[in-house]
Every structure is written in C-alpha cells, then in structure tokens.
Design a protein around this ligand. Structure first.
Ligand SMILES: [Zn+2]
Length: 295
C-alpha cells in the first residue's frame, strides 16, 4: 500500500489514528504532523466517488430495510427538528434584505424555515427527487452552481458538505464568485475533537465516526486554517447537536440513537450545562463557521 500523503500540505509525516473506516477496508485515518488535519487515505477516485453517491442515493430511496421507502415529503417532515436547531444559530447573521443560497439543500426543509427572515431563498441539490419536491413547495432549487452563473447572493449555507470534498480550499475559494462583496458564508462540519472519540474512547464510536465519504475530519484549528487559506475572515462557533442521553447510550450499549432516552432524569438545565462544558473546551460534536471575504 502506498504511503499516506497530506492533500492539504503535501507532508508525508503522518500519525495513524484510525484503523477501521466504515465500508472502506483499504483506507485509514491519519493526522498530518505538519498541518494537523485528520484525513482519510487513500480516498475514492472520481469514478468510484460518482458510483458511490449514486448507489448511496438509490439505497436511501429503497429504504435500508427494503420496506420503508421514504418519500421526499416524509423526509421533509422528519428533518423539521434539524431546521429548528439551525435557526437560532444563524439568525444573528441574517438581514431581512438578504438573498440566500443553500448548497446541498435536500428537500428544502431549512430554506422553508428561513423564508420569513430573509428576502429570498434558493437551493442547490443534485438529487432530482428532492429538487422536484422543493420546487413544488415554492423553493427555487437548481442542480448545480453552473445553473446560477452570474448570480450573486448575500448568504451561502453549506451543512455537512466540506468534509466530503476532494479539494475544500479550492472549492471554498471558488464560492466567492457567487457572493456579494459584503456577503457571508455559514457552514457546519462535524468536530473531530468530539468527546465521544476522545477522551471517552468508546470502542464502537470510532469505526462509526470514520466514514468512507469524509475525506477530511476538521478541528477548530484545521477548519479555521482551511477557510483562511480559501481567502476568508473566519469566526468559529462551537455547537452541540447530541444530548447527554445519546452519550450515555453510546457508553452503555455502544450504539447511536439514544437522544432523549433519559429526558425524565436529565433536566433541561443539566443538558444545557453539559453542552456548554463541551463547547467551552471545543469537545463538542459540531463546528459552526461564519466567513466573510477578506477585506
Ligand atoms: Zn498536512
């Protein structure tokens, strides 16, 4: 097998930190000793990548059990809590006159939430079934950025996109073509310093967390570095999506899905205090970044 090479700084000095990657027995996780990024190596080639996303989507449409085909409409409904989670985080960065674009907008559940707060919402979504659904409820959604050539927006959103990209610096830098001079980009990625990975070191968590399609796993530092290299001023904000029950179930049973299980015992005050403690130490599960073009 070839030696790992950091795709961000070309260094070959790497520490092996993850042996098992879900669905990618030939790949491992490394941490670059030069720039600190955690990266998957090797990654899929472009053809494998295209086949992977096509197969993933077909699997999704078929339902994992084979029985429960999820319509775009039921997907839209089941993601309402996720839209509600995002809203208070982004509202301080929105103005009523903003034209916003979400890249990877799915069925439009989040843009639907934003409609009351901004001037216009537009989506970008490669899945035709999701795109058709979003358009049917009045959220203009396009297939690719090429369909929006010459357009400019005040706010771009990217949720869980960056970690999938072959060249995140080049991609983020190219987005400035769609951004007004005073515009903002708001994005979220998973935090590789998630407390469940370390120091909890839950044996089943790492092989669940390291994924074949996540070419990069960002920390507060490495996300900031990448976004600065792409040409932006960056403000980094910690966020916590999963609750204390979810963490307890990982510890007890080594599996996901525990959100809310002990809500009779864990008071809202306790949940808030736990999340705040994780965020304060950047051991939370989510990194939220707000970017502006370098002045
Ligand atoms: Zn590096």
């Amino acid at each position: 097998m070839s030696k790992p090479v950091c795709r961000l700084c070309s260094s070959t000095d790497a520490e092996l930190i993850g042996e098992k990657v879900a669905d990618a027995p030939e790949s491992k996780q490394y941490k670059c000793r030069q720039c600190d990024i955690v990266y998957l190596f090797p990654i899929m080639n472009e053809k494998e990548e295209a086949d992977f996303y096509r197969a993933e989507f077909e699997k999704y449409m078929a339902g994992r059990s084979g029985a429960s085909w999820k319509s775009p409409q039921s997907h839209f409904r089941s993601y309402q809590p996720e839209g509600e989670r995002r809203l208070p985080l982004v509202r301080p960065f929105l103005k009523p006159e903003d034209d916003v674009l979400e890249i990877g907008s799915s069925t439009g559940y989040f843009l639907d939430d934003l409609r009351g707060y901004v001037n216009s919402v537009t989506g970008l979504e490669p899945s035709q079934a999701y795109r058709d659904y979003a358009n049917s409820i009045g959220i203009k959604t396009y297939n690719s950025l090429d369909d929006l050539a010459g357009k400019k927006f005040d706010v771009l959103f990217l949720y869980y996109v960056l970690e999938h990209l072959r060249d995140p610096i080049d991609y983020m830098s190219s987005l400035s073509n769609w951004l007004n001079p005073n515009g903002r980009i708001l994005l979220e990625v998973p935090n590789v310093d998630d407390v469940l990975l370390s120091p909890y070191n839950i044996p089943n968590f790492a092989p669940f967390y390291w994924q074949k399609a996540h070419y990069y796993n960002f920390s507060q530092k490495t996300l900031n570095d990448v976004l600065i290299r792409a040409g932006y001023d960056v403000q980094m904000i910690p966020a916590q999506r999963y609750d204390l029950s979810n963490h307890m179930v990982w510890m007890m049973e080594g599996k996901p899905g525990g959100v809310g299980r002990f809500k009779e015992i864990f008071t809202p005050e306790l949940e808030i205090a736990y999340a705040e403690a994780l965020k304060k130490q950047w051991r939370c599960d989510t990194l939220f970044a707000v970017m502006e073009l370098k002045k």
